[in-house]
Write a protein that binds this ligand. Structure first.
Ligand code: MG
Length: 375
């Protein structure tokens, strides 16, 4: 039996506040519509895309770039119902079952598509739905509760919604009202509508809040730095001036820990390293506090849409003892980064008198940082 998907991509996206059609937004490194299409093309005989007038070119380009092809890309109508009908009319003649799907639901699972198809074959319809998890109340216009509905019999409708094409075309022809989904149209036309239990993560990209949840992309970065110890310099580590007979040599305040950390953060963001951003031959940075460099680096990182998950720094020094200063280092660092102090950690180790750190010729620091992208 020939099964096709009709993917609706005509939503205005006004609630998303995005400059592009929300089905063309990137999700998991792929355009939402392409991600949905891959699932449907693996389980059906093909698909028709219904897009807004004038946006055909953008969708053609997106599919070409992704190496995905569909039976047709057609312009939609003035509302969802008209768009679904336009999609049904563009199906090839041999198609018997159509699955109507929102292009803004990229997280649809292949197994759920199979269940919907199975339900149509067995019962004539299959509509993806999930049980209501929150208590739902009915209220009057003034917001006063009229009654509490029985949650056990309430479902949230999702897509895909599958029916026989001939049934759907008949329902569309006879429809006297406008409906918000195909299930309602079919129900009103007297066809039994059977629910298929889906998954809560088959969410629709509707408001900007949907994206951060779905688009979290962790990025890790590593940083390493060494500075030589010499007399006549202050010892500044993690933004803390530590009383000691020697200090670290460098163009800036030579804060080895902050340099390693800044490089870890920049690395996670895919930005050039600290030496590239703040050249050590630039007089502007002579003697500058590395807390300021970290602050500036964080600006660049946030401009790229990243937030800090956490960061961990290890200072390698034979002397002096770092332990009494670690808390203050965390505080200074978190403040410069504009994050909660519980996201920052500092540790210290000696090298048992081995190597340049052990011989007190220098101090090194390692750092790892996790950034979270909100694209
Ligand atoms: Mg350095």
């Amino acid at each position: 039996m020939s099964v096709f998907a009709v993917i609706l991509c005509g939503g205005s996206g006004t609630r998303m506040g995005a400059p592009v059609n929300k089905t063309l937004l990137s999700v998991d490194g792929e355009k939402a519509v392409v991600k949905a299409l891959r699932a449907f093309l693996a389980e059906t005989d093909g698909a028709v895309l219904v897009v807004k007038e004038g946006e055909q070119g953008s969708f053609e380009a997106a599919l070409r770039e992704a190496g995905v092809s569909v039976h047709a890309i057609v312009p939609g109508g003035f509302d969802r119902q008209a768009s679904a009908l336009a999609g049904l009319r563009a199906l090839p003649e041999e198609c018997e079952i159509a699955l109507i799907h929102d292009g803004a639901r990229p997280f649809i699972r292949r197994e759920d598509i199979r269940s919907v198809i199975q339900s149509v074959k067995e019962k004539g319809s299959g509509v993806m739905a999930v049980k209501a998890r929150d208590t739902i109340k009915e209220a009057d216009e003034k917001g006063k509760v009229v009654r509490t509905l029985n949650r056990d019999v309430l479902y949230h409708m999702q897509t895909p919604q599958g029916f026989y094409v001939k049934d759907m075309l008949r329902a569309h022809e006879n429809a006297k009202e406008r409906f918000t989904d195909d299930a309602a149209l079919m129900e009103n036309a007297g066809y039994p509508v059977h629910l298929v239990q889906g998954h809560y993560d088959n969410t629709k990209l509707t408001s900007p809040e949907d994206l951060p949840v779905q688009n979290i992309l962790p990025r890790i970065g590593h940083g390493y730095d060494v500075h030589r110890l010499c007399e006549g310099r202050a010892l500044i580590i993690g933004g803390v001036e530590i009383p000691h007979e020697t200090g670290l040599l460098g163009h800036s305040d030579a804060d080895v820990a902050l340099h390693a950390l800044t490089d870890a953060l920049l690395g996670a963001a895919g930005l050039p390293d600290i030496g590239h951003l703040f050249p050590d031959n630039d007089p502007k940075y002579k003697g500058i506090s590395s807390l300021l460099l970290l602050e500036k680096a964080m600006e660049r990182i946030r401009e790229k849409g990243f937030e800090v998950g956490n960061a961990d720094v290890t200072i390698v020094a034979q002397a002096p003892k770092m332990a009494p200063h670690l808390e203050k280092m965390k505080e200074n660092t978190a403040k410069a980064m504009g994050v909660n102090v519980n996201r920052i950690n500092y540790k210290a180790t000696t090298t048992e008198h081995l190597g340049f750190e052990g011989e007190k010729k220098g101090i090194s620091a390692h750092a790892v940082a996790l950034l979270i992208a909100r694209t």
